[in-house]
Design a protein around this ligand. Structure first.
Ligand code: SF4
Length: 445
């Protein structure tokens, strides 16, 4: 059949899994390893033992949202507390944002918890409490559920044969198939999704997806992958390239920058003698090879893959913050906290009164603007000289390099705050730690 004009050419064979026998073998090796070595994690236990599909999907969903940008070891405790407090969608739908933020405090990326709760409300009020049953519907109907999360929930909870692509999968697939083009580019991401969908095991899709991610998290790690222990090493073209010191051997090469430099050699693999052809990468306009300007670096070995365009530098900000304290009626110290707006960074969280500073402000000037801000806010005659400089706290958000310039001020007597301003409250140290406060504020205290 004629190929319509403008249809993108299929990627070169060396970057694909096109041999059904190899796909079958890879699935088998990976699943056998997963059965032997998988980590015992609470959401896995729930997914394997919960008979109700909605509860199972909810349990997986919560874990997937918490695991975005957060390490497994950190998530476990939060996950257990969350599932204990809100074991079902219905329970979560009745929670307040304040309660969600309190439980989420310290986990970072706070909008995740907020969106999870909003989506639970939606399932209860608009979908009669039933979770959508396919990856497509999950993504379409649930706020905050993207392609990855939808695929993970559908494959793990419902057994839908659909692949997933997250950071771990990107790394593993790029290495398995020597994909050196920018792995954050839409063209490469699309190819990786196609590959994940083609590879996923039809009878155990949830386990296969978790196995691929587990491999990336524990063996095919970013800096020092444990290739010797890898269950799919015989399928890995990056490893092959490293061992042979030459471009990846590709049985029966069709293209990928085919050029006069090709040579045929005989190599030993798995005890078999096979005839292979080496193909030079990064040439011939292959969309998945490393760009010619950044060729294979033999000192990096398999960690040549994946490659990403340089990250945007985080924005640099300085914020003056003041720990206002007083003696409470029981003699314990209390701190004044103010609530952030309900949208934007750290939405709805509590913080010490803070003020974003203009760049390059001298210390004396910082103190003055903070004193002005506090005076306007509290109605208390705060003077710059009364603020005690404590030190600086640096906190890195995903896109902001934030320095908090910390001052303190002790207040005697009562402060009546203007109720039209942001909500505020006095808390003891114990209450502070139980509140919805960010890790940055904990560092400030
Ligand atoms: Fe990753 Fe090494 Fe396994 Fe290849 S052999 S998939 S690089 S751990």
């Amino acid at each position: 059949a004629a190929v319509p004009a403008g249809t993108p050419a299929p990627p070169p064979a060396p970057h694909l899994f096109s041999d059904p026998a190899e796909i079958g073998a890879l699935r088998g090796h990976l699943l056998a390893w997963y059965d032997r070595c998988k980590r015992d994690l609470p959401w896995r236990t729930l997914a394997a033992t919960e008979p109700d599909a909605d509860r199972r999907a909810y349990a997986v969903w919560v874990s997937e949202i918490m695991l975005q940008q957060t390490q497994v070891a950190t998530v476990i405790d939060y996950y257990n507390r969350w599932m204990q407090k809100w074991p079902t969608l219905q329970a979560l739908a009745q929670a307040s944002l304040e309660e969600v933020n309190e439980l989420w405090a310290g986990l970072g990326y706070y909008s995740r918890g907020k969106r999870l709760q909003e989506a639970a409300k939606k399932v209860v009020s608009e979908l009669a409490g039933q979770m959508p049953r396919t990856a497509e519907d999950l993504q379409k109907l649930l706020p905050g559920v993207g392609r990855y999360t939808a695929g993970a929930i559908a494959s793990i909870s419902y057994g839908q044969a659909t692949g997933v692509v997250d950071g771990n999968v990107i790394r593993v697939l790029c290495r398995l198939r020597c994909i050196g083009a920018d792995s954050s580019s839409p063209a490469v991401i699309d190819q990786l999704w196609d590959m994940a969908n083609a590879l996923v095991d039809r009878s155990r899709p949830g386990d296969f997806n978790q196995a691929l991610m587990e491999l990336g998290a524990t063996v095919c790690v970013p800096k020092a992958p444990l290739c010797g222990e890898c269950p799919v090493k015989q399928h890995c073209r990056a490893r092959c390239r490293k061992l042979f010191g030459k471009p990846a051997p590709v049985p029966d090469v069709e293209d990928c920058g085919k050029q006069p430099g090709e040579i045929s050699v005989v190599a030993l693999g798995l005890g078999l003698v096979v005839t292979v052809t080496f193909v030079f990468a990064g040439v011939g306009g292959c969309p998945l090879c490393p760009p010619p300007t950044e060729p294979w670096d033999s000192s990096l070995g398999v960690t040549n893959f994946p490659r990403k365009a340089a990250k945007k530098q985080p924005r640099v900000e300085r914020t003056a913050t003041c720990v206002l304290e007083r003696r409470g009626c029981h003699g314990a110290l209390e701190y004044l906290m103010v609530q952030r707006p309900s949208s934007g960074l750290l939405a709805g969280l509590w913080e010490f009164p803070s003020l974003l500073l203009a760049q390059d402000l001298q210390e004396e000037k910082q103190r003055e603007v903070l004193a002005d801000h506090l005076r306007a806010w509290t109605g208390w005659p705060v003077v710059a000289g009364g603020l005690r400089f404590i030190g600086e706290v640096v906190h890195i958000f995903s896109h902001i390099h934030q320095t908090y310039v910390v001052y303190s001020l002790h207040l005697d007597g009562d402060v009546t705050l203007d109720p039209t301003l942001s909500p505020s409250r006095w808390v003891t140290e114990e209450e502070f730690h139980a509140s919805a406060v960010s890790t940055a504020m904990k560092k400030v205290l």
